[in-house]
Design a protein around this ligand. Structure first.
Ligand code: FFO
Ligand code: ATP
Length: 193
């Protein structure tokens, strides 16, 4: 995997200032909350942003208000390369994982199997127009949604990204890479949701 490309893209998103981040997050809500896919989905995975990632928290608040079931990624307490999805509600206490990302407590009763999600918003460092994604480099999302490489069509995977995260020349996909069904940036939705 191209370490320097990942680093370069991470640096670019980190350089966006507070107002640019806020503006991007608002455009994202406007764009996605109108979509039929959003309206039809009751079980949705979000993430809590770090490192300049496009901030889906406004979208998360809207989903909670609308009575949807919302889930966040949590690093598996015993398997270092696995990630769980855990239900989140506004009153929940969050804990910081080893990379400083806030997570709910992964109690068994609140977990959901990734295949039961209807829609998942996926963080990324880079994307191309074919839905290829470059992540943080640990393969967590690729492993969690590996079943989508077969013929499964659900959940719909939507990568969220700032415009500056587009890799114009395209990304080389590895065999294990799970493609996004769509990429949503503040200015457009690329692909079908
Ligand atoms: N907001 C958010 N949550 C997420 C992810 C994500 O990309 N964004 N993940 C998506 O997978 C998982 C966490 N994956 C991560 C993978 C690497 C690093 C990281 O910062 N690594 C160090 C160096 C690597 C190391 O320690 O060996 C670094 O980049 O400095 C952080 C999160 C689950 N939660
Ligand atoms: N389905 C899988 N099963 C086993 N290992 C996997 C799987 N998917 C990815 N990996 C491993 O994870 C490593 C990192 O993959 P990659 O660089 O594509 O991560 P990423 O998509 O950028 O990261 P992330 O999903 O954490 O944001 C690879 O070396 C690969 O061996």
């Amino acid at each position: 995997m191209p370490v320097s490309l990942r680093q370069q893209l991470r640096q670019q998103r980190r350089q966006l200032d507070y107002l640019q981040q806020q503006h991007a997050a608002r455009l994202l809500v406007r764009r996605l909350s109108r979509s039929l896919r959003w309206q039809r989905s009751r079980r949705i995975a979000f993430y809590l942003p770090v490192d300049g990632e496009l901030d889906p928290r406004e979208l998360l608040r809207l989903a909670l208000q609308q009575g949807k079931y919302c889930y966040l990624p949590v690093l598996h307490p015993f398997h270092p390369d696995r990630m769980l999805f855990v239900r989140y509600q506004l009153t929940d206490r969050l804990h910081y994982n080893r990379w400083g990302i806030a997570e709910p407590v992964p109690s068994k009763a609140r977990r959901i199997l990734p295949r039961r999600l209807q829609l998942a918003f996926v963080p990324l460092t880079g994307f191309d127009r074919s839905g290829n994604r470059l992540g943080m480099g640990k393969g967590f999302y690729d492993r969690a949604f590996a079943f989508r490489i077969g013929n499964s069509r659900s959940p719909v995977l939507v990568g969220l990204a700032h415009n500056c995260q587009e890799v114009a020349g395209g990304l080389q996909a590895a065999a294990w890479d799970v493609k996004m069904d769509a990429i949503c940036t503040p200015s457009e939705i690329i692909g079908r949701i």
